[in-house]
Design a protein around this ligand. Structure first.
Ligand code: SF4
Length: 260
């Protein structure tokens, strides 16, 4: 590279790799995480990769944790689970009990589910892992893709994380598959002779919480049909709080057409 070349996100990531950084792979068990791990392993040795799964417990698709763990272990990567001290439905219940006059469920503007159940626990566990091993350089890898939404398209594929970096520790956020299309993702997984989580065979587009505030009607319907007990608890919570999970403000039963 010359002085006049602009370093790409991959170039910057490789500089961190050569400096011995730990690459933390946020793995939901979904297809984007799976393709991201395959992609990152093309450039980074497994010994420098830590795969972390933020478990949503009862609210996530059964087998999501095991799917992430199996891929990590087959590749020879370290694997840890980050768990919050509260559950999704517990969070909704608490908000309903303390402030019944405001919507009880998370929303795109107050998305505590992601911050409190995923990002917070992951950051805590990564810090703990790095501190215990004297690791001072971290590259935090996430499977967001530009194609998914205009908000995600605007995200830089490489950026220093001012809040998590400290005087003694550097922390960068990297989106290794930011440019990939859905077809690229599926091809990457197929070319690696890997299987997706079984929920995709049922027609799911995405995988994380069984019932997500942004979920498509098809994903929510699959979720209801395959996880009827959990579905009944979400529907009961919607009825009791008087608010809906989904951003459309339609109830789960209206969206899925599945009676609880
Ligand atoms: S998958 Fe949806 S409901 Fe679950 S934590 Fe993420 S945004 Fe919230």
């Amino acid at each position: 590279m010359t002085l006049f070349d602009v370093a790409t996100p991959l170039d910057l990531a490789m500089q961190e790799r050569d400096a011995g950084a730990l690459f933390v792979l946020n793995h939901s068990g979904g297809k984007d995480s799976q393709a991201m791990l395959i992609e990152v392993l093309r450039h980074v040795p497994a010994a420098q990769i830590l795969v972390v799964h933020a478990t949503l417990g009862e609210s996530e698709w059964p087998g999501a944790l095991e799917h992430a763990q199996a891929q990590a272990e087959a590749a020879g990567c370290a694997f840890i689970v980050a768990e919050a001290g509260k559950t999704f439905l517990g969070m909704v219940e608490r908000r309903y009990q303390t402030r019944p006059e405001v919507p009880s469920w998370p929303s795109s503007s107050t998305r505590q589910c992601t911050s409190d159940l995923k990002r917070g626990p992951i950051t805590r566990e990564v810090r703990r892992y790095a501190t215990a091993r004297g690791i001072t350089r971290i590259v935090n890898c996430m499977g967001m893709r530009a194609q998914e939404s205009s908000a995600r398209a605007k995200k830089p594929a490489w950026a220093p994380h001012a809040e998590h970096g400290t005087a003694g520790r550097s922390w960068y956020d990297w989106l290794p598959i930011h440019d990939m299309s859905t077809a690229d993702v599926l091809r990457t997984v197929a070319d690696a002779d890997q299987q997706l989580h079984p929920a995709y065979a049922l027609g799911n587009d995405r995988l994380s919480c069984v019932f997500c505030l942004f979920g498509s009607a098809g994903d929510l319907r699959n979720g209801a049909q395959q996880n009827p007990e959990l579905y009944a608890r979400y529907v009961e919570m919607e009825r009791r709080t008087g608010y809906t999970l989904h951003m459309s403000r339609k109830s789960l039963e209206e969206i899925t057409g599945v009676p609880a």
